[in-house]
Design a protein around this ligand. Sequence first.
Ligand SMILES: NC(=O)c1ccc[n+]([C@@H]2O[C@H](COP(=O)([O-])OP(=O)(O)OC[C@H]3O[C@@H](n4cnc5c(N)ncnc54)[C@H](OP(=O)(O)O)[C@@H]3O)[C@@H](O)[C@H]2O)c1
Length: 161
Amino acid sequence: MISFIWAEDQNGLIGANGQLPWHLADDMKYFKQTTMGHPIVSGARTFRSYNRPLPGRENIVVSRQHDFPEGVVVVSSIADLNRLITANPGQNYFVTGGANLFSQLLTQVDRLYRTKIAHSFTGDTYMPTIDYTNFELVSSIDGVVNEQNPYPHVFEVFERN
Ligand SMILES: NC(=O)c1ccc[n+]([C@@H]2O[C@H](COP(=O)([O-])OP(=O)(O)OC[C@H]3O[C@@H](n4cnc5c(N)ncnc54)[C@H](OP(=O)(O)O)[C@@H]3O)[C@@H](O)[C@H]2O)c1
């Protein structure tokens, strides 16, 4: 199965200059605990924003290039990615973005892990439009707001109907 995991601001913004537009420690912690032990799939631009395999997870990068650090599995097309996913039916593949990769997998995704941040940031990359009538909200948990996490945010999970 395929899950998306991402954080967006109140306008659907997800990126700025190849990076996240915000620093939100609570969301980083949520990302880590949710994806730990599962394969993660990233577009090349997203992977290069941290440029090292994340520990405890199989790191798959979708790219036509091959110059990635050791420990990364590179797939060069969505067809190759789908072959990998089909060959491992028991796995939950977490697609971590960015917008380009999400948009190509919109029709296939089974579950959405969305962090919604109640703030407006500036940036250049937006989440592609998702038809939420195809999904049901199954969980919604408010994140912690404190000095390290100044923006109200909610962790939501949607399942495809
Ligand atoms: N807020 C969040 O949760 C979140 C999550 C993820 C990313 N982001 C942000 O989003 C931005 C990056 O997103 P993006 O949309 O620009 O890029 P992206 O989706 O991360 O990467 C796009 C690149 O992936 C490769 N690729 C995509 N589809 C492919 C295919 N079918 N076959 C082969 N290669 C393929 C290509 O790289 P090659 O040129 O190497 O082939 C393409 O240029 C950054 O600002 C990042 O910080 C935010």
